[in-house]
Design a protein around this ligand. Structure first.
Ligand code: 5GP
Length: 211
């Protein structure tokens, strides 16, 4: 099988628990890395530059777009978010599965640009549970919660574009499920084209020799 890692996109409604899932995946399994995005939104309490995000301003973000430094970017609730290119390329070449925790516009751009990427959509068991989790988080104002719920309606329209949907009810179960899907995806022919053509070529050689 090919040593190259998979480009994984993890999207889902704000409040679906993507952040916790990613942390769990990194803790529990080797071979995953998280891509740290660049954003123009202000840091939330406790967020550190270079850890949750690279925080920057609009001017620098637009400069990075111009220099082709991003794999994709999108505007979400009035701010820019984007995936730095160099890290993704290095880590995949080193055989690691790179997780992009990004919203749907970015996910669709990734699928278009990298058809062999794996798109997973994370959802809570119900809309009611989503609302409850957003309110419980306590870091957002009611206006922001309302905006994120409105955005969730839009995002629900795009769920069919994903390869898989996982329900985040029990955290550990969900982490294991994502790992199983990723592991299976690595074995798909579309992600092993080089391996297939090499083995085929070698077989041709043997068959010729036996003639
Ligand atoms: P938050 O402000 O809650 O951290 O993130 C808002 C949304 O932006 C989330 O859905 C998150 O997944 C998405 N996001 C984070 N980084 C990126 C990125 O690099 N590109 C895109 N397209 N979306 C991102």
């Amino acid at each position: 099988m090919e040593p190259r890692g998979i480009l994984m996109v993890l999207s889902g409604f704000s409040g679906a628990g993507k952040g916790t899932l990613v942390k769990g995946l990194l803790r529990k399994y080797d071979n995953y890395v998280l891509s740290v995005s660049m954003t123009t939104r202000a840091p939330r309490q406790g967020e550190r530059n270079g850890v949750e995000y690279f925080f920057t301003d609009k001017r620098n973000f637009e400069e990075t777009i111009k220099n082709d430094g991003l794999v994709e970017y999108a505007s979400y609730c009035g701010n820019y978010y984007g995936t730095p290119k160099a890290f993704v390329e290095e880590q995949m070449a080193a055989g690691r599965n790179v997780i992009l925790e990004i919203e749907i516009q970015g996910a669709l751009k990734i699928k278009e640009r990298f058809p062999e990427s794996l798109l997973i959509f994370v959802t809570p068991p119900s809309a009611q549970e989503l609302k409850h989790r957003l309110e419980k988080r306590g870091t957002e104002t009611p206006e922001v919660i309302a905006r994120r719920l409105a955005r969730a309606v839009e995002e629900s329209e795009g769920m069919e574009a994903y390869d898989y949907i996982v329900v985040n009810d029990d955290l550990e179960t969900c982490i294991d499920e994502i790992h199983r899907l990723t592991d299976a995806a690595r074995r798909a022919p579309v992600r092993n084209k080089k391996f297939i053509s090499e083995i085929r070529e070698e077989l041709h050689g043997f068959a010729k020799g036996a003639e």
